[in-house]
Design a protein around this ligand. Structure first.
Ligand SMILES: C[S@@+](CC[C@H](N)C(=O)[O-])C[C@H]1O[C@@H](n2cnc3c(N)ncnc32)[C@H](O)[C@@H]1O
Length: 273
C-alpha cells in the first residue's frame, strides 16, 4: 500500500512505491499531552530532513551521533568498563538503537538502567514518541534521543556505518496474514541494512510473540553472511529472554493471549560480510 504521507517542497503529493511495515494512524494527543510534547521535543526529538513522505529520510542526511548526545552529562568519550562491571563482559558507552520503540517502555527503562550508554529510539508514530519523551523526562533520563522515521530509510543512509553496538527490534507488527507478510519489517534486505550500521561484534536482538515471524527471522539470519548466532541457543534453537528488556504492554498482550515469546539474537562479526 503506498504511504500517502506528504508533499514535496513544491507542494505536490508524493507516495512511497514500496510497501511499508506500518499503517498510518491518527495523532491522538490531548491538549495537555501536546503541551508536554512541545516542551520536551527540543531535548529528545532529532530533526530528520524528509524525502517523499512525512516519515521518510532525505538520502543525503547523515546523523552525527556524538553531537546528538553532546549535551548529555554522563556519556564518556569512548567505551569504558567501570570497576563495578569489570569482568562481567558488560561495556558502557555503547550506542543502542531500538527500532519501533512504541510507547518507549523498553528503551527508557534501559536508558535509565544504563546511564553511560546512548539510546536511539526510532518510531513512526508521533504519539508513541511523545509518550517516550514524557516517560524519559519523568524518570530524569537524558541519554535517549528519538527519531521519527521509517527505520529502513534511516538505516540505509542516515546512520554512519559501524555506528551502533546493538540493534533492538522488539515485537514488530507481525503482519499475520500470508498476503501481508511482505510488509514485515525484518527481511533479508533489512538484515543487510542492520549489518551496515552495526560495529564488528555488534548484536541484533529480535523478539516476537508470533512464532512464524521469529522462525522467518531466525532462518534468514542463519543464512545471512553478515551474522552468526549468538551463544546460548536452546535445544529448540531459541535464545533466552533478553534480560535487558522490560515487559512491555505488547509482550504482556502476547503472553496473556497464550502465545510464546521467542528471542532471536545474532552477532555481526564484521569480517564475514
Ligand atoms: C507492535 S508495536 C511494538 C512496540 C514496542 N517495541 C513494544 O514492544 O512495546 C510495533 C511498533 O513499530 C512501529 N513501526 C512499525 N514499522 C516501523 C518502521 N518501518 N519504522 C519505525 N517504526 C515502525 C509501529 O509504529 C509500532 O509502534
Amino acid at each position: 500500500m503506498p504511504d500517502p504521507a506528504a508533499t514535496t517542497p513544491t507542494g505536490a503529493s508524493t507516495y512511497r512505491t514500496q510497501p511499508v511495515s506500518f499503517v498510518r494512524r491518527s495523532r491522538r494527543l490531548t491538549p495537555g499531552q501536546q503541551r508536554l510534547w512541545d516542551e520536551q521535543r527540543p531535548e529528545y526529538l532529532v530533526d530528520v530532513p524528509r524525502a517523499v513522505a512525512s516519515t521518510s529520510v532525505e538520502p543525503t542526511f547523515v546523523l552525527d551521533v556524538d553531537a546528538l548526545f553532546s549535551a548529555a552529562p554522563t556519556v564518556p568519550a569512548a567505551p569504558t568498563v567501570p570497576a563495578a562491571l569489570a569482568g562481567t563482559g558488560v561495556r558502557t558507552g555503547r550506542t543502542i538503537l531500538e527500532i519501533g520503540s512504541g510507547q518507549g517502555e523498553a528503551v527508557v527503562a534501559a536508558a535509565a538502567a544504563h546511564p553511560d550508554d546512548r539510546f536511539l529510539a526510532v518510531e513512526v508514530y508521533e504519539p508513541g514518541l511523545a509518550h517516550t519523551a514524557r516517560r524519559a523526562a519523568a524518570g530524569d533520563v537524558h541519554n535517549v534521543r528519538l527519531l521519527q522515521a521509517n527505520a529502513p530509510e534511516l538505516l540505509a543512509t542516515a546512520l554512519p556505518a559501524d555506528a551502533v553496538d546493538e540493534v533492538w527490534v522488539f515485537f514488530p507488527d507481525p503482519w499475520r496474514k500470508a498476503r501481508h507478510e511482505k510488509r514485515r519489517l525484518v527481511d533479508a534486505g533489512f538484515a543487510d541494512l542492520v549489518a551496515r550500521v552495526l560495529r564488528p561484534g555488534g548484536v541484533l536482538r529480535f523478539a516476537s510473540d508470533w512464532e512464524p515471524y521469529a522462525e522467518q527471522v531466525r532462518d534468514l539470519l542463519d543464512e545471512h553472511p553478515a551474522f552468526v548466532a549468538a551463544p546460548g541457543r536452546d535445544a529448540e534453537g531459541w535464545w533466552p529472554r533478553f534480560e535487558g528488556r522490560v515487559l512491555t504492554s505488547f509482550e504482556r498482550k502476547g503472553t496473556d493471549a497464550g502465545r510464546t515469546v521467542r528471542d532471536v539474537t545474532y552477532v555481526h562479526p564484521g569480517d564475514r560480510a
